[in-house]
Design a protein around this ligand. Sequence first.
Ligand code: ATP
Length: 233
Amino acid sequence: MLSLRGVTAHYGPSQALFGMSLDIAPGQVVTLLGRNGMGKTTTIHALMGIVAATGGSITLDGQELIGQPSFRIANLGLGLVPEGRQIFPNLTLMENLVATASNHLGRADPWTVDRVMALFPELADRAGSMGSLLSGGEQQMLAIGRALMTNPRLLILDEATEGLAPLIRQKIWAALGAIRDEGLSILVVDKNLSDLLRLADRHYIVRRGQVAWQGSSAELLADDGLRDGLLGV
Ligand code: ATP
């Protein structure tokens, strides 16, 4: 469904991606792993058109995404839960949820406010609260709900559970598991390897802007040296 081939990206004169290649099939859950500063966020930003890729190819069902504006890429079915959540502080939770809602792909059973509230029941009581007054956990659940309300084909999470309490993290992993079980493709960056091993089918370890290793959860679990060497966990 989604394919990156030899993607390069730069920040001014400094190169951040040195030929990233990866594939995501329909219904697949894929992780991007790697130490800080290796290029995970840049890969996601290149995908979304937030950072302009300077070379290579990014295709969604054969359609080239490089060069397209972010809003069009979102309309084609890529839903981003950004690092830092980026909740609108002066809108209520409900307003945040519906602000960017859409169904550009004409999904027969679209995400609704009720479905998001069923996925994250703790959001219902906070519907009228301003974004700025929500806890980090509430903001992250809202950010996931907001992305789902765009009815994406691929949900992309950059740091899915960073800075959240263990109980909240568990709720988010459970929700992502439920979304996966419904057949939605997910690309996720996070530091909690054990949760990622349970959730995902395939893992890509990113090192210096390219893929240093790729494989299944079983392969990654079996290789202590790989985890120590490339992940430092
Ligand atoms: P982290 O887990 O710390 O977010 P990451 O794997 O997501 O790390 P990136 O944020 O993609 O890594 O960074 C890749 C490289 O690009 C790093 O060397 C980083 O310093 C550089 N970089 C990232 N953002 C910028 C920017 N806005 N301007 C210049 N260099 C940047």
